[in-house]
Design a binder for this molecule. Structure first.
Ligand code: NDP
Length: 315
């Protein structure tokens, strides 16, 4: 039985772990398949306060983890298959660990980039297909890149990639863009960006040396065409990692956890959420870390005010 279990080890989960470990609550932290979260797939992080020269994403996460361990947080690898929040202690079923009981749970499982689900896409990740311009843009110096998507992410990625690329082609399945006006205008003002709108991506084309282009259907003419490029960046949004919760917690229509405004509390007392799993808007390392701190403080207060033995006696 653990006083608190933290699921996920991005900046949100690790900050919560630092705070709870320092408070003497010996949190158990369960790491999923991507320990450290999305920042471990980034290179340099230039906007995390306190690092005037920047810091490498993996190093930042490694340091946060060491900081939590120093105060007594315990880490275990495992995949949480199932949760039972119907009564305290809560029960988590974890692959490789069996059942884990917890008085409180903090969910910080983040969000994952969406893929198009077309042939040639997944098999060419790392060979020209990417979902992260800040991670991989550097490898496309003076090359032609396609960015797929029409939201703010796509505009931001396209603009960012023009730092490296000779040309960026923005491909969107509709002629209207979902992105905010300001982001659209910024991208439209960038003369390295050209537009291939109303095109449905059908297949990522690749040869022996990686990606060669994207096959797409021109929705106006119905004809298929191939847009040549050395890289295809997919920027069609993120999916919060909340499936394993089996619908026991309130979410918005996209699956993001809905915390009580101004707190990290979920609809079940004793369950808290922090980081990108409850934030589709800011999605920054520092904002995830901030909500991680909030979750730890909310959790600490909850454990003080609602000790399990009192709840058991009332049953
Ligand atoms: P959005 O959901 O806003 O946009 C997704 C885009 O991808 C849409 O153009 C959508 O097309 C397209 N798309 C989705 N699925 C497919 C598919 N299967 N095939 C082809 N195209 C597809 O996601 P974003 O990540 O862009 O933005 C998410 C949130 O984050 C927004 O609230 C945004 O404002 C915010 N954000 C803010 C930033 C900033 O302010 N700096 C930067 C990045 C994001 P369609 O329109 O046809 O559905």
């Amino acid at each position: 039985m653990h006083k608190t279990v933290i699921i996920g080890t991005g900046p949100g989960g690790l900050t919560a772990a630092i705070y709870l470990a320092r408070a003497g609550l010996e949190p158990l932290v369960i790491e999923g398949p991507e320990p450290g979260g999305q920042l471990t797939t980034t290179t340099e992080v230039e906007n995390f306060p306190g690092f005037p020269e920047g810091v490498m994403g993996p190093e930042l996460m490694d340091n946060m983890r060491k900081q939590a361990e120093r105060f007594g947080a315990k880490f275990r690898s495992g995949w949480v298959n199932q949760v039972d929040f119907s009564q305290r202690p809560f029960t988590l079923t974890v692959e490789g660990m069996g059942e884990v009981q917890a008085e409180s749970v903090i969910i910080s499982t983040g969000a994952s980039a969406k893929y198009l689900g077309i042939p040639g896409e997944k098999e060419n990740v790392g060979r020209g297909v990417s979902t992260c311009a800040t991670c991989d843009g550097f490898f496309f110096r003076n090359k032609k890149i396609i960015v797929v998507g029409g939201g703010d992410s796509a505009m931001e990625e396209a603009n960012y990639l023009t730092r490296f690329a000779s040309e960026v082609v923005l491909v969107n399945r509709r002629s209207e863009l979902r992105a905010s006006k300001i982001m659209q205008n910024r991208a439209r003002a960038n003369d390295k960006i050209s537009w291939s709108l109303d095109r449905t991506p059908l297949e990522v084309m690749a040869g022996e040396r990686g990606v060669t282009g994207l096959k797409a259907r021109n929705n106006e003419t119905g004809l298929e065409e191939i847009i040549e490029a050395d890289g295809v960046f997919i920027a069609i949004g993120h999916t919060p990692n909340t499936k394993f919760l089996g619908g026991q917690l309130t979410t918005d229509e996209q699956g993001y956890l809905l915390v009580k405004p101004g707190t990290t509390e979920m609809n079940i007392p004793g369950v808290f959420a922090c980081g990108d799993v409850q934030d589709s808007r800011y999605r920054q390392a520092i904002s995830a870390a901030g909500t991680g701190c909030m979750a730890a403080l909310d959790c600490e207060r909850f454990l003080d005010e609602a000790p399990l033995h009192a709840e058991a006696a009332a049953r």
